[in-house]
Design a binder for this molecule. Sequence first.
Ligand code: SAM
Ligand code: SF4
Length: 346
Amino acid sequence: MNLLTRLPAGAITEAPLSDRYDRVKRKLRVSLTDRCNFRCPYCMPEKPDFLPRPQRLTRVELARLLRLFVAELGVSRLRLTGGEPLLRRDLEAVVAECGELRPLGLERISLTTNAALLARRAEGLKQAGLDDLNISLDALDPATFAKLSGGRDVRPVLAGIAAARAAGLRLKLNAVIVRDINEEQILPLTRWALREALPLRFIEFMPLDGRGEWSRQRVVSQAEILRRLQGEFEVQALPRGNDPAAYYRLQGPGDHPAGAPDVGIIATVSNPFCASCDRLRLTADGALYPCLFSQRGVSLRDTLRAGADDAALAGLIRNTVWHKDAGYAAHPGYAERPIAMNSLGG
Ligand code: SAM
Ligand code: SF4
């Protein structure tokens, strides 16, 4: 399918895709599936109700929407996620199709994955045009890793990380920290990441789990993560950029090389970065969620399947984005969460 044969770029309007708080949207996270080979308790419901295939966007529908977001609405970065995107056998083809959007303004194609199935596909993904990936790694200790993944083995993940590096893919590690499960892994993960010269970010446990087990007590806050790091390292806070993570430079003791990457903390709960949020989310069934905490999504799939043209779809997207809420603080109700992270696309 050639993505370039539809409307000429800029045909609908040149205005940036912005919400009523003047936050321009440049990044789209695209959930390719709600299915997963892991069962992380902070994410997946105990008995997930996966989307039946006909509800999922077809590749042609997805390509049409992505072209619209990039060529007409100014999105310049795509992150493919899920669920577990490596469960899609056509992931390389999807990446290659995204690559067709580069002449229309796409700057970066990224992937978020648990990496368990990455080892054999890293090279192919690089060849297909993937720029970089975020890999979830919540623990190095096998027993702790098993608790946080629903009984899975950490070794294939480490093999996936090694393969991605060997393929020349840039990568970052992400670790969600959940009280009483893996806070004791903060230092081992940090030491390992520094030694391996891999960028690592800790993520606060957000109220988006599918099991209703989140509570404030289970959030290991940015402040606590920092205290633990300060117990071993000299920690220097770096000036805050436009990134969701706050970054810290760590020094000694230990054997990590000079110039090792800075460590980040994404404090969505204790210190949300909503004021500068430039992201949107598209689910595997084609619903647009302007915010992680949006109460519901707007189905672009239904509008598209009803025969809407690109101008109508773009209008619906602009309208949905315009009404994006201020952010996390605007959503008081955890209990009302309609969608878990595996469906929303983290
Ligand atoms: N399966 C892939 C993975 O695990 O990287 C991609 C999808 S996953 C939903 C994307 C990211 O969301 C992962 O880094 C995961 O740790 C994070 N995540 C899921 N549930 C979360 C929660 N309740 N709080 C914070 N992060 C969460
Ligand atoms: Fe799967 Fe990722 Fe959710 Fe874990 S966090 S259950 S790997 S989608």
